[in-house]
Design a protein around this ligand. Structure first.
Ligand code: PHE
Length: 347
């Protein structure tokens, strides 16, 4: 018997299998109820007493060797099967999933459209810094020193020294008129510029107000520029932006840097001017501020106000975008929620 055990030991050590089914076949052959090794254990009962110890030990060794060999083969095959599967996932010859194209932000779309409309009548783009000084944002634009817009409530002032709250004349611009100031200081008329950009105001964030928003302001200075020219260019803009049926109306208003000043409304395109909840029953919605450049502003910027006159206007890009696309909550513009942004695909 001991010889058979030794022979089987050699066989077990050299066992081989290529598939899990073959491994299972070997298990049945050696270890199942009717397997060779199990049979040997049955025969072991009739082994003479004095040989039992030696043969019993050899038999146990054989069974352990067979079990560990067969289990080892099973594990190795299962592992290489999993590896083969994961190699499938990383198949480098597969065509990749298409990468979705991003969309342009609605504010960029509308800003570009505004610039395009005005550039067709000769306006070019001028840009300037967002971190500005009081002079360019307020003083040169005829704001009296005590004007409420300079108040801490509206303007973000920047401390010159960190942690030291001294009155500062460095601030985040609250309108892009500061770029107009820079243009007037650096060139003589004729001037015809558009100043697009981000502006900052110290407001609580809500659906209707934000601490930053975007403007496009316009400035035209030449000989004999009149309020009628301003009205014509704004009517042209309104029709191009909101459709040929659009009407405009100018209401008197006040800005320190323009005289006379006005606010412009367009006919409500939801109700066609009849009055609805969107226009609060008036048939009109406000879209921008404008006016003739105050002679004081021209003079402070080195332009002869006896020779030249000019007009200026300023509109909020968010406001125009809201009107065009009926966006009810301003915060959507800066939250970068793709579900919102994707709606402008193809615009
Ligand atoms: N700068 C003004 C504002 O922010 C808008 C404006 C520009 C009004 C030009 C009149 C003329 O709010």
């Amino acid at each position: 018997m001991i010889n058979r055990i030794q022979e089987l030991m050699q066989q077990v050590e050299t066992l081989q299998a290529c598939t899990l089914e073959e491994v299972e076949g070997l298990r049945i052959k050696f270890l199942s109820k009717k397997g060779i090794i199990t049979e040997l254990f049955n025969e072991f009962r009739s082994v003479p007493k004095e040989e039992k110890a030696q043969i019993g030990q050899a038999l146990n060794c054989l069974r352990q060797a067979a079990e560990s060999k067969i289990n080892g083969m099973r594990e190795a095959l299962a592992e290489s099967g999993a590896a083969a599967k994961s190699a499938d996932v990383a198949d480098l010859t597969r065509t990749p999933d298409p990468i979705g194209l991003g969309t342009r932000h609605p504010l960029s779309l509308v800003r570009e459209q505004i610039i395009d409309i005005f550039s067709r009548v000769g306006f070019t783009v001028a840009e300037g810094p967002e971190v500005e000084d009081d002079n360019h944002v307020y003083s040169l634009l005829n704001f009296a020193p005590e004007h409420p817009a300079r108040d801490m409530q509206d303007t973000f002032f920047i401390e010159k020294e960190i942690g030291v709250q001294k009155p500062s004349d460095i601030l985040l611009r609250s309108h892009t008129s500061s770029v107009q100031t820079r243009v007037m200081l650096s060139q003589q008329p004729p001037i015809r510029v558009l100043c697009p950009g981000r502006v900052y105001r110290n407001e609580a964030i809500s659906a209707r107000a934000h601490c930053f928003f975007h403007q496009v302001e316009g400035l035209y200075i030449d000989k004999n520029v009149s309020f009628a020219d301003l009205r014509e260019v704004l009517l042209y803009f309104a029709k191009e932006m909101f459709g040929p049926e659009t009407q405009i109306r100018l209401r008197p208003s006040y800005f320190p840097f323009t005289e006379p000043s006005a606010e412009m409304d367009i006919s409500c395109d939801l109700c066609g001017g009849k009055g609805c909840s969107f226009c609060k029953g008036t048939g009109w919605v406000e879209i921008l501020g404008c006016g003739m450049v105050d002679p004081n502003v021209l003079e402070s910027c080195g332009i002869d106000s006896k020779v030249y006159t000019g007009y200026a206007f300023g509109l909020g890009v968010e406001r125009i975008t809201n009107l065009k696309y009926r966006v009810k909550d301003l915060r959507l513009f800066s939250e970068n929620d793709v579900r919102f942004l994707q709606q402008f695909e193809g615009c």
